[in-house]
Design a protein around this ligand. Structure first.
Ligand code: COA
Length: 379
């Protein structure tokens, strides 16, 4: 086979249809079930967007009431999951904790071996409801804190922040968190979603597919980038006494040095978007509000300095992980918790794809071109 026939990384290969979302790099747009993601982020709760991804339509008020009531029932941390988390060292990565928790939830689910559309939808909603408790408790135990019980009077985002920090948050912080959840929810055939579809294609179960997807998301070329962005900020040095311009100047020097050393700078570039990520302007606006809310202009200086220097040197644009990293930092999340936040959101998109794959399945099994030693025989 000629080398040019091999599509390394499946770049440019269309492997199936999907009705869940449409990414259009030419018009820099992203649609969830036909709706521009920016409109959803401006007008909807994450619960409404989750409902949309699974059901194809935004909920009526009655449907939303039924759905949120169901979500609230599943919010408390499963005691067995808590025991398993407690058995893991606090040195283990939170993504490993997340992956393990999903696996435990799957093995304990009464519909574990039922992959009918109804069972898959029920399991999806259960996972969506259960994940905030897992992510929140894991961060808390690392800080020597106890589990916080969920609150029925709060929506998904407010309750997520409540269970993580055990305190109320300002409406603008809850709103920025809600926006991040909506923007992270779905993005067509990215590496983790494709992983989930591959696992589903063998007729395996939903929790196995999500567990595999979490493994794919962990890598810094994918979801792990939001965490890596914060490591970059830390390496440059966050100096709260510094002005925006001073911070920007230091970030510029750092970026020029990194690019001279041919480093890949996390939070920049995208396999599909080559002229900018459709989700970034909305998330950047949320970050700007958080910078103003917490009074931290020096973080904006680092952000601007890196972005401007990258643009000048290589014209590579930021991706969604670039503004979410500092946003989650400002909200008080520990850096290793950032990618589990992405998991809590993307569970909606992954499971919508799992249902879609199962409904029109074909085992995903590409071919390979052999380039090992020629046939030989055991002496
Ligand atoms: N920093 C520095 N250079 C970058 C870069 C980055 N973040 N992203 C791409 N480039 C450069 C590559 O070095 C390459 O340059 P070259 O042609 O001189 O070798 C060129 O841009 C093309 O990059 P390539 O890696 O082939 O593009 P891709 O489509 O395979 O990769 C990513 C897409 C996302 C894997 C890549 O941009 C990347 O590694 N980004 C950082 C990780 C990240 O933020 N991931 C989250 C994605 S949402």
């Amino acid at each position: 086979m000629a080398i040019e026939d091999i599509k390394k990384g499946l770049a440019g290969v269309v492997v199936d249809y999907t009705a869940v979302s449409k990414v259009n790099p030419d018009t820099n747009s992203l649609l969830y079930r036909g709706y521009p993601v920016q409109e959803l982020a401006a007008a909807c709760s994450f619960e409404e967007v989750a409902y949309l991804l699974w059901n194809g339509e935004l909920p009526t008020p009655e449907q939303l009431a039924g759905f949120t009531a169901r979500e609230r029932v599943g919010r408390a941390l499963d005691p067995v999951v808590q025991q398993v988390i407690d058995a893991l060292p606090t040195t283990s990565h939170p993504m490993d904790v997340c992956r393990t928790a999903v696996s435990v939830l799957g093995a304990r689910h009464e519909l574990a071996e039922d992959s009918s559309p109804e069972a898959n939808l029920a399991k999806s909603v259960d996972l969506f409801a259960a994940m905030p408790a897992v992510v929140a408790y894991d961060q808390r135990r690392r800080r020597g804190q106890d589990v916080v019980a969920p609150r029925d009077d709060l929506d998904y985002s407010a309750n997520f922040l409540w269970m993580t920090f055990g305190e109320d948050h300002a409406p603008e912080v809850i709103d920025a968190f809600n926006v991040s959840m909506i923007l992270y929810a779905e993005h067509s055939f990215n590496a983790s979603t494709f992983t989930a579809r591959v696992i589903t294609s063998s007729l395996s179960d939903l929790h196995s597919a999500v567990t595999g997807a979490i493994g794919a998301l962990k890598g810094p070329l994918h979801g792990g980038a939001n965490e890596a962005v914060m490591h970059t900020f830390d390496e440059i040095g966050i100096r709260s006494e510094e002005s925006l311009d001073e911070a920007a100047a230091r970030a510029k020097v750092w970026m020029e040095d990194a690019l001279a050393k041919k480093k890949k700078v996390m939070g920049f570039g995208h396999r599909v978007y080559k002229h900018g990520d459709s989700r970034v302007p909305t998330m950047k606006a949320a970050l700007d509000k958080m910078i103003a809310h917490y009074g931290r202009p020096e973080l904006l200086g680092l952000y601007n300095g890196l972005e401007t220097a990258m643009d000048a040197a290589k014209a590579i644009k930021p991706n969604l992980d670039y503004p979410t990293g500092p946003t989650y930092h400002l909200m008080g999340f520990d850096t290793p918790t950032f990618t589990p936040l992405f998991v809590a959101s993307r569970i909606t998109g992954w499971t919508a794809h799992i249902v879609e794959q199962a409904a029109a399945n074909s085992l995903i099994r590409p071919l390979s071109a052999y380039n090992g030693v020629d046939e030989r025989h055991v002496p």
